[in-house]
Design a protein around this ligand. Structure first.
Ligand SMILES: [Zn+2]
Length: 555
């Protein structure tokens, strides 16, 4: 990040003015102005039109940072991201994504050139590829053990493609098979694929956890998380996140680093149940003070995250019509309505918000029914249930009615236009095409949604909120298809969704997400105005400077 915004000169100033001819407040009226934001001890004290400053003596002595025509915005908010998971996935791994790797041959080259990284991962050479590599490599397939054996037949190799699929070389397969003899037999979708000759192909599903690759030490994980948070979040103007937790170790690192001031990022944790901790133990910790002990001015445990259904590509998302080519498969639900009602009720009693992974509209509907049932038994102000991924696919008007009746909060992913947009109809059927990311229709109906990146290691460019804005604006997928252009958001609406509405989804809308008096001075200066660039270049607009609670962030 450059110092061009001049924020670096502020070190030490508790009170100052930031001036721009394009202050994009994202307030209720969507006001933009030519003027100054008066910051006082980390909060926004006043917002003053440029003309009005001349005859206001109280402002005369204050330090001024002049951005000129560079826009000044509230910091971006990412309500659902996997910072720990991404950081540990990137530690000591070879980048096998597309780009930079256009083909399997490119990927093998990258692995060969990075053999030294083996030392960081206990002898394993680990690669991280992207989602849908079988569609994005020019080979139109995943690599096999034989491909990876051209890099090494002596040392184990594992290349992950997204969170679910991994490809191993021959030695890696041997190590996995040995390991599986010792572990309890895997459940769910976990398996080793076989090829036409009935031989393990090297592709494994949901079994990465079973590989004997050493875990990161606390110091390594801390360094990895700080590097990712600074390099990918703060650098790109994200000042608050909702972290979907991975391990309790990661939770305590986030609490410690934010509390000690080494990580100038607002973090609300959603504890994944049961992956990070069981629901029961999250409930206990809400009571016994464990959660309170972790909290500081920038960190708290906001709630729990549960998986109600699965993903589209594995036919796990619980949808309203049978999957393409099946005679009645609608996906998989992990809970029934009564179980969900109990979870929502138990969480509300402990002031924990429920964030539910509900890719499909059937799962969303079930969650809404449960929220309504739980509400009936509640009194007072209940935290809204969050529907993660709702708004990415809407094929039925009734879905929107259910959301509204249940008063849920919606967290779609604009970046999925790019990664998933063209592929969802392949799994579901052509009917799904008309329901993809209907953001403009939702906006016109007054249905608010707060988009998130949901980065979990595979698609790093999704960390950039301006990439989300670009996807919402261009609606271009990774294979160059433009999804229904009538559903494109304006740039301004895309920016508002990734700030104001995302802050509401994260439950911090009264404190962050817009430039309004009393809110935290989380401010971002952009190099140029994204409203004035070609829509396909919005993600290239760079951040010229970031203030977190009035303090300049250096990355
Ligand atoms: Zn996620």
């Amino acid at each position: 990040m450059s110092a061009r915004a001049g924020f670096d000169a502020l070190q030490g100033d508790a009170e100052f003015l930031v001036g721009s001819s394009r202050v994009l407040t994202m307030d209720t009226d969507g006001r933009t102005l030519d003027g100054y934001v008066h910051v006082d001890r980390g909060r926004i004290a006043r917002i003053v039109e440029r003309d009005a400053t001349a005859d206001d003596p109280s402002l005369a002595d204050l330090t001024r940072v002049e951005l000129d025509e560079r826009p000044l915005m509230p910091g971006f908010v990412d309500p659902h991201v996997h910072l720990e998971m991404t950081s540990s996935a990137m530690w000591g791994t070879v980048d096998c994504r597309t780009p930079p790797c256009a083909s399997i041959a490119d990927m093998l080259d990258a692995l060969s050139q990075s053999r030294h990284l083996r030392d960081a991962r206990g002898g394993w050479l680990v690669g991280q590829g992207g989602l849908f590599a079988d569609r994005r490599f020019s080979d139109q397939r995943l690599p096999t053990r034989d491909d990876l054996d051209t890099v090494s037949t002596a040392h184990p190799i594992a290349v992950r493609f997204g969170a679910h699929i991994t490809v191993l070389n021959g030695v890696g397969l041997e190590r996995l098979v040995e390991q599986l003899e010792r572990l309890p037999s895997p459940t769910g979708d976990a398996h080793l694929r076989v090829d036409d000759n009935d031989r393990y192909s090297g592709v494994i599903q949901e079994l990465f956890y079973a590989l004997p690759i050493p875990e990161l030490s606390t110091d390594e994980l801390t360094e990895a998380m700080l590097t990712t948070a600074r390099g990918y979040l703060l650098e790109q103007g994200v000042t608050s996140i909702g972290e979907i937790t991975d391990t309790m170790q990661g939770v305590s690192i986030l609490s410690g680093e934010t509390g000690a001031g080494r990580l100038p990022l607002g973090v609300r944790a959603y504890v994944w149940a049961p992956g990070t901790a069981s629901m029961r133990s999250s409930w206990d910790h809400a009571h016994d003070g464990e959660h309170a002990a972790l909290a500081n001015d920038r960190f708290d445990v906001a709630g729990v995250k549960i998986f109600v259904d699965g993903g589209f590509s594995a036919a796990g998302a619980a949808v309203l019509r049978p999957y393409r080519g099946t005679s009645g498969w609608f996906g998989r639900l992990a809970y029934d309505k009564d179980e969900l009602t109990e979870i929502i009720r138990g969480c509300r009693e402990r002031d924990l918000q429920v964030a539910a992974h509900v890719n499909g509209e059937w799962a969303q509907r079930l969650m809404c029914e449960a929220a309504i049932a739980a509400e009936a038994a509640d009194a007072g102000n209940a935290l809204p249930v969050r529907l993660e991924h709702a708004g990415n696919l809407v094929t039925s008007e009734e879905t929107i009615d259910w959301w509204q009746r249940a008063g849920v909060s919606l967290v779609p992913q604009a970046g999925f236009v790019w990664t998933l947009g063209s592929f969802i109809p392949d799994y579901l059927g052509d009917y799904a095409r008309a329901g993809l990311f209907p953001f403009e229709s939702l906006r016109q109906r007054g249905v608010e949604f707060g988009p998130s990146s949901d980065v979990a290691g595979a698609e790093l460019r999704q960390f950039n909120p301006l990439f989300g804005v670009q996807c919402a604006t261009t609606r271009e997928s990774c294979i160059g298809e433009i999804l229904d252009p009538g559903e494109a958001l304006s740039v301004m609406d895309g920016l508002r969704a990734h700030t104001r509405h995302a802050a509401n989804a994260l439950g911090v809308g009264d404190d962050r997400g817009s430039i309004e008096v009393g809110k935290r001075a989380d401010l971002v200066a952009l190099d140029i105005d994204p409203r004035g660039v070609d829509a396909t270049k919005i993600a290239d607009v760079s951040v010229a400077g970031v203030l977190k609670e009035g303090l300049p962030v250096t990355t």
